[in-house]
Design a protein around this ligand. Structure first.
Ligand code: MV4
Length: 664
C-alpha cells in the first residue's frame, strides 16, 4: 500500500479522502490556494503546500505544480477527488510519466467517454442499451433530418461534445426540426467548439438512475447497486438515494451487468459511474459514464457497508477488488442532501459570506456529515458553493426520510443563505415520500417546496424575546460581545407588577412587546395577543413552553441580529436599539462600572428610594470622576462595593428595583 498520497482537491472530498487514508495509515499531503490557508482539509492533512491565488486556474487546476509537489514531498499517488483535474487526460498522463499513480482510471478510459457519440458507439458494440436515435459522423442536415423522421417525435438534439444538460433541444414535430437544428448547432459551437449533434427519442418522464461500478487492474469488475438522482435542479443534483425506489431486483441486476460491460468495454480501472435514463415502463438506456468517484458516493457506502475511497486506494495500488459480485449486499436505504450556500428565494443564486454560526446534526450510525468547512469559514465566490453533504441511513426509505427531515432540523447555519429549508420541504413533501420521482420533480412540485413559515410571527417574536430575557438572566460565558446590549448584566429586575417594553425589528417593521416577569414564567403581549412563556436556555438551546405548548428552538445572536431556528426554519430579528439602550442601560444611567476604576463615593444606602437621574455612586477612572445615576425611580436593593474599592469595567455596582409602573 502507498505510504503517502497527495490529495489534489479541497473541501469535503479532500477531507473525505484524508479520513480513509488516515484509517489505512497513509500519510496525506494537501494542496491549497491562498483562500484556503485555514481550510479544514489543510488542517487535517499531515502537510500542505500552497499552490497559488484563489482562482482555480491558478491553484487547484495547476497540474504541473501539483505533480512537482508530489515529487518533492515523496507522495506515491495522487487522488484527484471530483471536479478540477479528476477527468483531465493530460493530468492523468502526466502523473504516469512522472512515476506517480493517478488514483483513477487510465487516461484512455477518460478519453473514451469524452465524446457522447463515441461513447454511444462503444456502448452499442458492448451491448449496452441505448436510447433509439442517431449518433453517426455524417452531420449533413439532410441526413439528420432523415434520421429524425426515422426516430420519431418528440426527439432530443444533444451536442456530441455536451454534458450536464448543455446544448440540448427538444423537437416536437418535423416542422420545428430545421430551426431547432441550426440553433442547437450554433449553441454547441459556441459552448464547446463542436457543432455536432446526436438525435435521441425524447423520454418525457425519465428517472436518473446510475450504477456504481468498480474495476481492478486484473480484469475484474463489479457493480455496487444503484443511486437514484432524479431530484435535480438545472442539472445539479439535490437529493440522491440508494437503492432506487421501486427498482426490481431483475432490473438492478440487468442494469448492473450492463454497467460493468460498459466499464469493461473501455478497460476501466477504479471507481466509475454509469448513468442511465430509467423510463416509466422499466426500460433503461445508457446516458453517460463518469470516470471519477462521485459526490453522491456516500449513499452507496451506507447501503453496502463499503468504503469506496479504500477500494480506490487498494485498486490503484494494484490489489484485486475487495469483494466479488456475490459478496456485495445492500441493506436498508440511504439518502443524501446537498447543502448549498444559495438563496432558494432568489432563483437559487449562489450565496457567499462567513459561516458565523454553524451547527451540524449529531453523527451516528444513521447520520453522516461530509463537509470541508467549520464555523467561521468563508464561503467564497471562487469555488463550488456546496457546504456539506448530509447523509442518512435507515432500514427502509420511509424511516430514512424521517431521519433526513430531523437531521436537517438540526443543521443550523447563520451568516450565509442556504437551501436547508428547501431541502427540508423537499424531503418531507408527500410526492417525495411516495417516490413519485422523475427528473422534473422540483419544477412539478414547486409550490410544495416553498411552504409558508410554520412558526407564526408572534410566536417567533415571543421566542426571540424569551431567548433575550433568558440570556440576560444567565449570560452565556462564551458570549464575549460585551458591547452588545444583550450581554449586559443589569440590575433592574423585572418584578411581578411591572411590564417592560421590548421592541423587535423584523425587516423594516418594529414590533412592540410588553414583558411581564412572573415567578416561573413571562407574560408577553404582542399586539393584541397575550402569550405565557416559560423558557429554559442552555447554551443556544431554548426549551420553551408557549401557551402550554412545549417546543425546543435554538437561537444565536450575531451582532445586533438574533436568529431563532425551529424545525429547519430560521427567523431573524433585531433588538431595536432604544429598547435596551434607554430602558436598560444608557451610558448616563448604567449601574455597571463603565470602565476600570475605583469607587469614590456611595451616595445612597440600601432601602433608599431614589428618583430618576439621582446620583447613586461616583467612580473615578483616568483621573476623572463619573457619576452613576439612576435611570429611573426605584428602591436601592443592594450595594456590592465599598468606597475606595477597585472595580473592573462591567462590574455591577448596585441593584435598584424600579417602581415605575408600565401596564401590560
Ligand atoms: C435525455 C432526457 C430525455 N430523453 N435524453 C440531461 C443531462 C444529460 N446528460 C442528459 N439529460 C437528459 N437526457 C433523452 N433521450 C432527459 C434528460 C434530462 C435529465 C437527465 C438526467 C437528470 C436530469 C435531467 C433533467 C432534464 C433532462
Amino acid at each position: 500500500m502507498f505510504s503517502k498520497i497527495l490529495i489534489a482537491n479541497r473541501g469535503e472530498i479532500a477531507c473525505r479522502v484524508i479520513q480513509t487514508a488516515r484509517c489505512l495509515g497513509i500519510r496525506c499531503v494537501a494542496v491549497y490556494s491562498e483562500a484556503d490557508r485555514n481550510a479544514r482539509h489543510v488542517a487535517l492533512a499531515d502537510e500542505a503546500f500552497l499552490l497559488g491565488p484563489a482562482p482555480s486556474s491558478e491553484s487547484y487546476l495547476r497540474g504541473d505544480k501539483i505533480i512537482e509537489i508530489a515529487l518533492q514531498s515523496g507522495a506515491q499517488a495522487i487522488h484527484p477527488g471530483y471536479g478540477f483535474l479528476s477527468e483531465n487526460t493530460e493530468f492523468a498522463d502526466a502523473c504516469s510519466q512522472n512515476g506517480i499513480v493517478f488514483i483513477g482510471p487510465p487516461a484512455s478510459a477518460i478519453a473514451a467517454m469524452g465524446s457522447k457519440s463515441a461513447a454511444k458507439a462503444i456502448m452499442e458494440k458492448a451491448g449496452v442499451p441505448l436510447v433509439p436515435g442517431y449518433h453517426g459522423d455524417d452531420q449533413r442536415p439532410e441526413t439528420l433530418r432523415a434520421e429524425a423522421l426515422k426516430c420519431g417525435f418528440p426527439l432530443l438534439l444533444k451536442a456530441v461534445a455536451g454534458g450536464g444538460g448543455k446544448g440540448m433541444r427538444v423537437v416536437n414535430a418535423i416542422d420545428e426540426f430545421d430551426d431547432a437544428l441550426s440553433a442547437a448547432k450554433r449553441e454547441a459551437q459556441n459552448a464547446f467548439g463542436n457543432p455536432d449533434m446526436l438525435i435521441e427519442r425524447y423520454l418525457t418522464q425519465p428517472r436518473h438512475v446510475e450504477i456504481q461500478v468498480f474495476c481492478d487492474s486484473h480484469g475484474n469488475g463489479v457493480y455496487l447497486a444503484e443511486r437514484d438522482c432524479s431530484v435535480q435542479r438545472r442539472h445539479q443534483k439535490v437529493l440522491e438515494e440508494a437503492p432506487a425506489p421501486g427498482l426490481s431486483t431483475e432490473t438492478r441486476i440487468a442494469m448492473g451487468e450492463a454497467a460493468v460491460k460498459a466499464a469493461q468495454a473501455i478497460n476501466y480501472v477504479g471507481a466509475g459511474t454509469v448513468e442511465f435514463l430509467y423510463d416509466v415502463d422499466g426500460s433503461f438506456f445508457f446516458m453517460e459514464m463518469n470516470t471519477r468517484l462521485q459526490v453522491e458516493h456516500p449513499v452507496t457506502e451506507m447501503v453496502t457497508g463499503q468504503d469506496l475511497v479504500e477500494w480506490q486506494l487498494r485498486v490503484a495500488e494494484g490489489s484485486p477488488l475487495p469483494l466479488q459480485q456475490d459478496q456485495i449486499r445492500i441493506r436498508g436505504h440511504a439518502l443524501e442532501a446537498r447543502i448549498y450556500a444559495e438563496d432558494p428565494d432568489n432563483d437559487f443564486l449562489p450565496a457567499t459570506g462567513q459561516l458565523n454560526y454553524l451547527r451540524t446534526p449529531d453523527e451516528s450510525a444513521h447520520v453522516r456529515v461530509d463537509t470541508g468547512v467549520v464555523e467561521g469559514d468563508e464561503v467564497s465566490v471562487h469555488y463550488d458553493p456546496m457546504i456539506a453533504k448530509l447523509i442518512v441511513w435507515d432500514e427502509n426509505r420511509d424511516q430514512a426520510i424521517n431521519r433526513m427531515v430531523h437531521a436537517l432540523e438540526q443543521y443550523r447555519i447563520h451568516g450565509v443563505k442556504t437551501n436547508i429549508r428547501f431541502l427540508h420541504a423537499l424531503a418531507d413533501a408527500q410526492p417525495f415520500r411516495e417516490a413519485n420521482l422523475d427528473t422534473g420533480f422540483i419544477e412539478k412540485h414547486r409550490p410544495l417546496l416553498f411552504p409558508p413559515a410554520k412558526l407564526d410571527l408572534h410566536k417567533a417574536l415571543v421566542l426571540a424575546a424569551g431567548f433575550l430575557l433568558e440570556q440576560k438572566r444567565s449570560p452565556n460565558p462564551n458570549n464575549e460581545d460585551r458591547w452588545s446590549p444583550f450581554a449586559h448584566q443589569n440590575s433592574w429586575r423585572l418584578n411581578s407588577e411591572y411590564a417592560k417594553p421590548l421592541a423587535l425589528k423584523v425587516g423594516d417593521q418594529i414590533h412592540e412587546l410588553k414583558v411581564l416577569e412572573k415567578d416561573q414564567h413571562y407574560e408577553i403581549r404582542v399586539a393584541d395577543s397575550l402569550y405565557t412563556l416559560a423558557a429554559d436556555l442552555l447554551n443556544d438551546q431554548l426549551k420553551a413552553v408557549i401557551n402550554g405548548h412545549r417546543i425546543t428552538v435554538h437561537a444565536t445572536q450575531q451582532g445586533k441580529e438574533l436568529v431563532v431556528f425551529h424545525e429547519g426554519e430560521s427567523f431573524r430579528c433585531e433588538a431595536h436599539e432604544e429598547t435596551f439602550g434607554l430602558e436598560d442601560v444608557s451610558a448616563a444611567g448604567s449601574l455597571t462600572a463603565p470602565m476600570n476604576g475605583s469607587v469614590v463615593a456611595i451616595m445612597v444606602k440600601s432601602g433608599d428610594t431614589v428618583k430618576a437621574g439621582q446620583t447613586l455612586v461616583i467612580m473615578e477612572a483616568m483621573k476623572m470622576e463619573h457619576a452613576i445615576k439612576a435611570p429611573k425611580a426605584g428602591v436601592v436593593d443592594e450595594i456590592y462595593f465599598n468606597e475606595g474599592e477597585l472595580v473592573s469595567e462591567g462590574a455591577e455596582l448596585l441593584s435598584v428595583t424600579s417602581d415605575e409602573e408600565v401596564t401590560v
